[in-house]
Design a protein around this ligand. Structure first.
Ligand code: NAD
Ligand code: UDP
Length: 348
């Protein structure tokens, strides 16, 4: 059985589907602070099997201890965390408490239970503003420009030190580039908890006429069209990477780092154009000043993941955007709220 912390969230739900499809038993722990219980039914309807679920905080040591006692958990995928960059600037302690403190508590409970195989949702943000492209895993981790990024880097350090102290640990640090897209069924996707920070959720809401215009943050970067360049990767490809990482780690010890990106960067304007082609919907734009803390460009060298765990992103940009748009349209048809923030406090 695989425990997924944060398994009702955007990435965790896709990982749950992939593991269930792979024949694994799945147990999800999530406190539902940024997701909803209804995701469990959607996972089941896509995968044909229902994952186990416990509503709890990953920092709650006693709950973790009892889960490890009650269930035959062999490995953990640790997705639980907070991820809004701007919020992390306003409320850094909450970010460190959840992202760092949660990782410490989880590692303690795992060690006590004798479970040493761990896959962690890290981020390309740990590289900071890397001068060299593409970014390989050998690039030094830089100075992340906000508390969110710092907390992901600190969580990596927690896991590295822990693994260095006991050779039984087998840890995979998965550095995601820019996850986008949705499950092709249209049932699972990213639902931001308030006004979206990231490009794709914002663009989708503009295309759905829920917001007036997409603000493009900066058109004076040293990039071909002046807008920021990122490596967008389909969430379904990420999910597949988690299964491969877990399988690889079964026979390994120590810490292994993999970049999860496609190896190709696209500018904001290229994303908008590709979206318009994929959806047939026009997206009104306005050019604004650069967003503080943004870097000009960032894309992965994913060769190590291909070499070691046989992982390669299969979906191209237009497919990612088509799937994301299908999810946006389907969730409107299902009458799902625009933002989870509009749900009553119970169940969150
Ligand atoms: P998400 O918010 O959709 O999912 C995170 C889940 O964790 C949510 O369901 C939330 O309710 C849960 N959670 C938060 N705090 C918790 C706690 N204390 N105890 C238990 N559950 C808790 O986010 P996501 O996009 O699926 O991201 C998953 C992980 O991947 C996060 O750790 C994030 O930092 C990392 N990541 C995400 C991106 C991205 O762009 N989505 C990029 C790089 C890394
Ligand atoms: N971006 C934008 N408008 C938005 C959100 C993002 O122009 O409303 C740009 C942003 O400046 C960056 C790219 O889109 O160049 C990706 O931003 P996102 O926040 O999705 O990812 P990150 O910056 O964390 O890589």
């Amino acid at each position: 059985m695989i425990l997924i912390t944060g398994g009702t969230g955007y990435i965790g739900a896709h990982v749950a589907v992939e593991l269930l499809n792979n024949g694994d038993q799945v147990l999800i722990l999530d406190n539902l602070c940024n997701s909803s219980r209804t995701t469990l039914g959607l996972i089941a309807s896509v995968a044909g099997r229902t994952p186990g679920f416990v509503q709890a905080d990953v920092r709650h040591r006693r709950t973790l201890n009892s889960l490890f006692r009650e269930y035959p958990i062999e490995a953990v995928v640790h997705c639980a965390g907070l991820k809004a960059v701007g919020e992390s600037v306003r409320d850094p302690l909450r970010y460190y408490a959840t992202n760092v403190g949660g990782s410490v508590t989880l590692c303690q409970a795992m060690a006590e239970a004798g479970v040493f195989r761990l896959v962690f949702s890290s981020s390309a943000t740990v590289y900071g503003d890397c001068p060299q492209m593409p970014i390989a895993e050998t690039c030094p981790t830089g100075q992340p420009t906000n508390p969110y990024g710092q907390s992901k880097l600190m969580a990596e350090h927690v896991m590295r030190s822990t693994a260095a102290s006991d050779p039984r640990w087998s840890v995979g640090l998965l550095r995601y580039f820019n996850p986008i897209g949705a499950h092709r069924s249209g049932k699972l996707g990213e639902r931001p908890s308030s006004t979206p920070n990231n490009l794709l959720p914002y663009l989708l809401q503009v295309a759905a006429r829920e917001r007036a215009v997409l603000k493009v943050f900066g058109n004076d970067y040293p990039t071909p069209d002046g807008t920021g360049v990122r490596d967008y990767v389909h969430v379904a490809d990420l999910a597949d990477g988690h299964v491969r990482a877990l399988e690889f780690l079964r026979g390994e010890t120590g810490v292994h780092v993999w970049n999860f990106g496609t190896g190709r960067g696209y500018s904001v304007l290229e994303v908008v154009q590709a979206f318009e082609r994929a959806s047939g919907v026009r997206v009104p734009l306005s050019f604004e000043a650069r967003r503080e803390g943004d870097i000009a460009r960032c894309w992965a060298d994913p060769a190590k993941a291909a070499r070691q765990i046989g992982w390669k992103a299969r979906h191209g940009l237009e497919q990612m955007l088509e799937d994301a748009w299908r999810w946006q349209c389907c969730s409107r048809e299902r009458g799902e709220p625009l933002a989870l923030a509009t749900l009553p406090a119970t169940g969150r």
